[in-house]
Structures are given as C-alpha cells and as structure tokens.
Design a binder for this molecule. Structure first.
Ligand SMILES: [Zn+2]
Length: 374
C-alpha cells in the first residue's frame, strides 16, 4: 500500500497549525514545486529570493496572521501582523452545493468573497479590488508575478530607479510568499468546504488516541505532520509522483491559469463532500452521544493517500503557476528572448485576463493591493 511507512511510529516533532496544512505539508509543497519549475523560473526565483528557497517562505502567510515577520529575512522592514488576511486562506463552499453539477467556476463565484469573515478597514479596502477568498488571492499573486516592472520616466534620478526596484522586489516577494502558501491551502479539502462548522474545525474526533478537530487532522495530512519532516515528506511525494502516468500529471494543469486554479478547489470540495464528510457522519452515527468521534485505525490507510495526492497536485499546480508567471515575465528572460517575451507578456492566457497590476505603489504590507477588475 502506498505510503504505508507513514503509518508507523507517531513521533511528535512539531505542533500542527490549527488553520492550514501544517508547516510540514506547506514546506513539502515548496520543496516539490521548486524541484519542478523551468530554468527561467529558477533564475527568477533566485533573483527575487536570493538564497531563500520556497520551503522557507511556505509558512510565512500563516505566521503573519499572528505576528509580524521578516519571512526568512526577506522583508526589511518586516511585514506587519495582519489577521484580516485570514479569509485569504480558504473559501467556504457549503457542503450542500453541487459542484459536480455546476461548473466549478460558477460554484466558487457564489462564495468567493468571504464577506462574512471580512470586517474592518482592510476588508473595506479589499471589497472593490480583489476577491477576499483564496482563489482571488492566488490569481492576484500570479498577476503580480507576471507583470514586468513599470518603465521609469525619462530622465529618472538614480534614487528613483533604486526606490522603484526595491518596491517591485518587495511586492514580488510578497506575491511569492502568498502564492506558495495559498495554492497549497486551496488543495486542503476542508479549506474549501463548510458545513456550518468552520470547515471541520468544530468537529471533534479522536485519532490514534489524540483528540483534535477533523480540520486539524487533515491539516496534518492524517498523521504525516507528526511522523516525518518536510524534506522526507517531499521525497516520499516525489517518489510516488514518479510512479504516476505522465498523462495523469499533465491533466492537472490543463485549460489555462483560471481552469487550473479552479480545478484545485473543485476537486477538494468534491473530496470533502463525497468522502471526508460521509465518512465522518458514519463514524458519528456509530458512536451516538460521543463528544469526540472515534476514527478507526484504517482511517489513515484510507485517507492519507488522498491527502498526499492533494499535496502532490498542489505542488504540480504551484510549479505551473510559477512557470506561467515568472517563467513568462520578460524581466527574467534571457536577453535574446526578452524582446519577444515582452511582446507576448500581456497576451490573454486561458481565461485569466488580469490587467497589468500597478507595481508602482510603495508597499503591499499585508494589505490587498489594488487590482483592476476585468
Ligand atoms: Zn493558510
């Protein structure tokens, strides 16, 4: 059985996040994606991040909700703590929705704004700019990374050029920080599904002797978080990925940017609706009155392969999104390719038709940047 080695010892290495794939899952996606991107994307990543790697920034978007962070030393001054970015990590599609019968884009469209979760000045600023939920934030980050730096006015002073370069670099770092994290969150089934239970956060279960929420159990990839470090998980996921037919993997990135982003969310919703919740409801019915629903030992062998596939799909799609943004950005093209890349940079790709984001603003700093609507 795939991944059966994971079912072995339960060694508590790190606490799991209560909100997202745990740190191990996010870092593993970062490791895997970095391994898969094109040479031009690798060049761009090293120009933007220096020696910092994607796994090192994979959890910054979570950390930022609770405290200011310099995110592996990338931000000086550090990004300011901002819990109003919380809705950017999920989308609450109700369990009763029928995503299999409605095109997934339309289903997500209904719940994309996270209005109930967004209050306060940040929310007000965001409402007219970009969707608050995970899909809009992923799209926005891709848009920032696709955008060439604005041209300097003729005769610009060296200080002006320097300030603009610093501003563009900071925004690209922020976009990477969010994209690496949020595309993984979009693949956690309980980040895109809600049964009036905060995406399973209110459902208590007992798994391998530990009481936790159903959401938390999935964040930890059904025990993987406690059993191995991120590098080991990434290697396991990579090895298993190499056994899949290439045609299946290619199928995960078909149809253009919007289709790929929507597919990750739609698949996760259907897994929650057709597998995770029915299984949980059955276990609950078998233990009437229990305050925490006991899950059998076979839960791991049943569900962990599903969680691992979600992480693999997140990594493959993240690499695709990076290749379609940084890998297409003329600022990072080899000199001889630069002219032709510039000509095609804003050509419509798939159905994502983002207008050129304004990269001239001084900061993003946790606030949603303003992106004109299509
Ligand atoms: Zn998150």
């Amino acid at each position: 059985m795939l991944f059966s080695c994971v079912a072995s010892a339960l060694i508590l290495l790190q606490p799991a996040s209560a909100f997202c794939w745990g740190p191990v899952g996010h870092e593993a996606v970062g490791f895997l994606a970095e391994d898969m991107v094109s040479p031009q994307t690798q060049t761009a990543l090293s120009q933007i991040l220096g020696n910092v790697t994607l796994d090192q920034i994979a959890n910054c978007a979570d950390a930022l909700r609770d405290a200011s962070t310099d995110c592996a030393g990338l931000f000086d001054p550090p990004l300011q703590q901002d819990d109003l970015t919380a809705p950017w990590h999920f989308v609450n599609i109700p369990l009763s929705a029928e995503v299999s019968q409605t095109p997934v884009t339309a289903a997500i469209d209904q719940y994309k704004d996270c209005d109930e979760a967004a209050t306060g000045p940040t929310a007000t600023a965001m409402q007219d700019s970009v969707e608050d939920c995970v899909r809009g934030q992923v799209q926005f980050a891709v848009g920032v990374l696709r955008a060439p730096a604005p041209e300097l006015p003729a005769g610009a002073a060296p200080q002006q050029a320097q300030a603009q370069a610093a501003s563009v670099l900071r925004r690209r770092r922020m976009a990477l920080m969010y994209l690496v994290h949020l595309e993984a969150d979009a693949h956690q089934p309980l980040h895109v599904t809600n049964d009036n239970d905060e995406g399973g956060n209110k459902e208590q279960v007992i798994f391998q002797g530990r009481r936790q929420s159903l959401h938390h159990l999935w964040d930890g990839a059904i025990g993987a978080q406690n059993a191995m470090n991120a590098k080991a998980l990434a290697e396991l996921l990579k090895k298993d990925l190499s056994r899949l037919p290439q045609s299946e993997i290619d199928g995960w990135t078909q149809g253009g940017l919007d289709a790929v982003i929507n597919a990750g969310i739609g698949e996760g919703f259907n897994i929650a609706k057709n597998t995770i919740y029915p299984n949980y409801f059955a276990a609950k019915a078998a233990s009437p009155g229990a305050r925490a629903v006991p899950l059998g030992d076979d839960y791991q062998s049943q569900m962990q392969p599903i969680a691992f596939k979600r992480l693999q799909q997140a990594a493959v799609r993240l690499a695709f999104l990076l290749d379609q943004s940084l890998g297409q950005n003329p600022d990072f093209a080899a000199p001889q390719e630069k002219a032709s890349a510039m000509a095609g940079a804003w050509r419509k790709h798939g159905r994502l038709n983002l207008k050129k984001p304004d990269l001239s603003g001084a900061t993003w700093d946790g606030r949603a940047p303003i992106l004109p609507k299509n």
